[in-house]
Design a protein around this ligand. Sequence first.
Ligand code: SF4
Length: 188
Amino acid sequence: MRFSRRQFLKMAGAGALCLTLSQLGVDVSEALAYAKTLKIEGAKEVQTICPFCSVCCQVIAYVRDGKLVSTEGDPDFPVNEGALCAKGAALYSMYTNDHRLTKPLYRAPHSDKWEEKSWDWTLDQIARRVKDARDKDMILKNGAGQTVNRLESIFMMGTSHASNEECAVMHQALRGLGVVHMDHQARV
Ligand code: SF4
């Protein structure tokens, strides 16, 4: 019979623990009962990837009743061998964290307060301001008369919690508008 590294580690860990504790005369039944209440007990293992950079570390997502209950690095995947950097390790909290924003926040010029806004209002504002900036600042040709179609008055800063695919779409959309100044916090 062949075992994956993960299965081997689980079996070796459980076996060594039971052997050592029972040799010491410790009753492990309570600990085993507790283990059954662990959050991944009975959860389905789904292999996926961390979406936050092109290393694409493999992750095991534990899903119970259609809900994500935990994530961890996949020890069987040769690229990360179970390890995840801080961003990948925080994958689960990104899904569950109470601080996660679910509505747009807007801070008016010179204000020190954030206001909650609707998506309709926010998207209208973005569209209005991008259109105004392009109408005002679009550079069609450079000093040598070459076509450049460049917009230098908009800067885009991406979040490290945008996935590779989201970054690709944002990048293409902004290039299509002529935006040349953009960066991504994941590089920091
Ligand atoms: S962000 Fe970190 S955990 Fe995610 S793929 Fe990149 S290196 Fe791996």
